[in-house]
Design a protein around this ligand. Structure first.
Ligand SMILES: [Zn+2]
Length: 220
């Protein structure tokens, strides 16, 4: 989809219809040649129009439209660490929020590599330490993650993903929510996650994002 304003509003309606943006929660942004478009603060993702998005310049200064979501610093931090990211989706979807309240078994990923599609669409999903919504500390926590990622859970809050366009970010967000649901369904059972050889094989066939974290003392 070429029109970024329509891409954002249609993604918002779709995510809301799937029940993934309770109340007025959730926000979406997309990079454009002029800067970044954000969903406005205080509006449900189902009630957006293409004309009512907030426009910011590349440095994050508000240039037109209504006030943007208060999560602008979080989105800007994700764009800053990954130049290939062209869109960001943040949701308070129920299962992702539930997992964000658990202590992770793996310090590098609070979701295990259960399925191939989770690896292909989301990959290693770190738990970003808690900061209040809109607090710039959340952006600092994003910057501090010591390996590349395109999906994360915000502790006691929700999920956030990046994509090369809005549609890809939506697919990743849905995959993270579904994997969180599977993780909870399987809780307490003896699971069989994909093993390192299967992950390496997927990495060869697809653009799989399950990077190894540099070991202590190794150059990143
Ligand atoms: Zn939020």
């Amino acid at each position: 989809m070429n029109d970024p304003r329509r891409a954002v509003t249609e993604a918002g309606r779709r995510l809301h219809a799937l029940g993934l943006s309770p109340g007025a929660s959730g926000n979406i942004s997309v990079r454009t040649p002029d800067g970044i478009l954000f969903t406005p603060t205080g509006r449900g993702l189902d009630e957006l129009t293409p004309e009512e998005l907030a426009a910011l310049d590349a440095d994050g200064a508000h240039t037109s439209g209504p006030p943007p979501t208060k999560e602008v610093p979080l989105h800007l931090a994700l764009y800053a660490r990954d130049p290939s990211a062209r869109a960001v989706v943040h949701l308070h979807s129920t299962h992702a929020v539930a997992v964000s309240c658990l202590e992770p078994d793996d310090p590098d990923s609070c979701l295990p590599p259960l399925t191939a599609y989770f690896l292909m669409r989301a990959g290693r999903t770190p738990l970003i330490p808690y900061a209040a919504p809109g607090d710039p500390a959340l952006a600092a926590h994003v910057q501090a993650v010591p390996f590349p990622f395109r999906a994360a859970l915000l502790a006691n809050h929700g999920l956030v993903v990046t994509g090369t366009d809005v549609e890809q970010a939506v697919w990743s967000a849905i995959e993270v929510e579904e994997t969180a649901r599977l993780h909870l369904l399987l809780h307490g059972r003896r699971t069989r996650p994909l093993d390192p050889a299967q992950i390496t094989d997927l990495a060869k066939r697809h653009s799989v994002h399950w990077p190894a974290r540099p070991k202590e003392g190794e150059a990143a």
